[in-house]
Write a protein that binds this ligand. Sequence first.
Ligand SMILES: [Zn+2]
Ligand SMILES: [Zn+2]
Length: 215
Amino acid sequence: MKLSEKAEEILEALWIATEEEGENAAHFQTLGVGPGDDGLCELDRLAYIDIRGERVYLRQEGREEAKMTVRRHRLAERLMMDVLDIKGASGDAKACEFEHLLHQGVDTKICTLLNHPTTCPHGKPIPPGKCCLEAQARGEAGVVPLTEVNAGQQGEIAYLSVTDPKKMQKLMSLGVLPGNQLRLARTFPAYVFTVGNSEFAIDEDLAREIFIRKI
Ligand SMILES: [Zn+2]
Ligand SMILES: [Zn+2]
């Protein structure tokens, strides 16, 4: 059964408050709802939530759906920023609209296209789907920003999502290209890595825009 967009937004906020921020429930205010809210009633009817006063509890029955809603939102963010190059507030807003369309296997296709990313552009974890676990079992590691590679590790450059075209051009002209091997030497005070015979030192912001397939 497909939930309304409003119900999905509530579930998403509820998951973040309870699973990621350690609250045991979320207040109406946090969820942006009032008493008698349609989305809230919908979730209540499905027994996904418990409402006590103005506090909302996520029930066991609603956990999987909530987790998948968060997953769709963060996959939509990745798609917006990495592939469609829509960033900032407009990317956030579009991700919010787009996530509701990622049903019935579309999320799996996008996840596979993006090579099962583990984090959203804000660094929050993307709950893995079946496709991610299967890829993992086949030994295909996901794609992560350079900021999530440990010093001493190496990987293949999957793609660049650099905001500044001049920096992008400079990196690419020096061999920082998809498919090339990268070895990260240090992460502090700068990200120092080698590609081929060249050594690079970049700041964290730029490191966040280089995506690595771990091997
Ligand atoms: Zn995000
Ligand atoms: Zn996946």
